[in-house]
Design a binder for this molecule. Structure first.
Ligand code: G3P
Length: 219
C-alpha cells in the first residue's frame, strides 16, 4: 500500500480560515514527511495563501465546478483553482452534495494525475461513484460527521463493506473513510478495515493542541 492519507478538511472553521488556516497548515507541515501523506483541504479563498507556504503538505480544494472560462458567476473553476495552488480536490461532500453528472463532467475536465476524492454517504453511493473511476472515494456516514465517535468504531462494517464494494466495482479506486475520526487508533483501525487513509475535520480544527493531535494521528 502507498503511504496512508491523512486528509484534513478545513471546512469554514474559524480555526482553519484565513490566518488560522495558515497556522494550521504550518503545524501540518511540521508533522509531515513521516510515513503519511498529509493533505490540507482548504477554502478556495485560502488556496494561494496555503499553497505558497507549504511544501510537504498537499493543498486540495473543498469543491470544484465543471465550468471553464466565461459566464459562470460564483462557480469554482478548476483551472483557476490549479493556478492558485490546488493539486487535488474533494467533491460531493455531505455538506456540498452534487449530482453524478457533476462529478463525471468535472473528472473529464481535470488534468491526468489530479487526484479527486468523491465522498459517499453509504455503500450504494460509493458504488455509483466508483463506476466513474475517481482517484479516491471517502465513505462518511453523515450522521457521524462532527461527532465524538469515529466511523471506525460506530460503524466499522460500512468501511469494510465500502472497500469490498468499491474494489469489486473498480479495483483502481482507493477508499478512505471519515466522520468522527480523532486519533491514531482510529487511523489504524481504518487501515485494518481496508481503507487507505482518513478524512477528518473537527478532530483537528477543534483541538486545543493541534500539534499533539496531528502527531498522534501520524504515529
Ligand atoms: O470531511 C471530513 C468530515 O466530513 C468529517 O468531519 O468533523 O467528523 O472529522 P469530522
Amino acid at each position: 500500500m502507498d503511504k496512508p492519507l491523512i486528509v484534513v478538511n478545513f471546512k469554514t472553521y474559524q480555526t482553519a480560515s484565513g490566518e488560522s488556516a495558515e497556522q494550521l497548515a504550518t503545524v501540518m507541515e511540521q508533522v509531515a514527511n513521516r510515513n503519511y501523506r498529509m493533505i490540507a483541504v482548504v477554502s478556495a479563498f485560502d488556496l494561494s495563501l496555503i499553497s505558497n507556504n507549504t511544501d510537504s503538505v498537499e493543498v486540495w480544494s473543498q469543491h470544484l465546478d465543471p465550468v471553464g472560462k466565461g459566464s459562470h458567476t460564483g462557480w469554482l473553476e478548476p483551472d483557476l483553482a490549479i493556478y492558485r495552488g490546488a493539486v487535488g480536490t474533494i467533491i460531493n461532500h455531505a455538506e456540498h452534495k452534487v449530482t453524478i453528472d457533476h462529478v463525471r463532467d468535472l473528472m473529464a475536465m481535470l488534468p491526468e494525475n489530479f487526484p479527486i476524492c468523491a465522498c459517499a454517504a453509504d455503500v450504494e453511493e460509493a458504488i455509483a461513484l466508483a463506476k466513474l473511476g475517481p482517484t479516491f472515494i471517502a465513505v462518511e456516514p453523515p450522521e457521524l460527521i462532527g461527532g465524538d465517535i469515529s466511523v471506525t468504531s460506530a460503524d466499522p462494517s460500512i468501511v469494510s463493506d465500502t472497500v469490498a464494494a468499491v474494489k469489486s466495482t473498480n479495483p483502481n479506486v482507493r477508499v478512505l473513510c471519515g466522520a468522527g475520526v480523532k486519533n491514531g487508533a482510529d487511523v489504524k483501525k481504518a487501515i485494518e478495515l481496508g481503507a487507505e487513509g482518513v478524512l477528518l475535520a473537527s478532530g483537528v480544527t477543534k483541538a486545543s493542541d493541534v500539534s499533539s493531535v496531528l502527531n498522534d494521528l501520524t504515529s
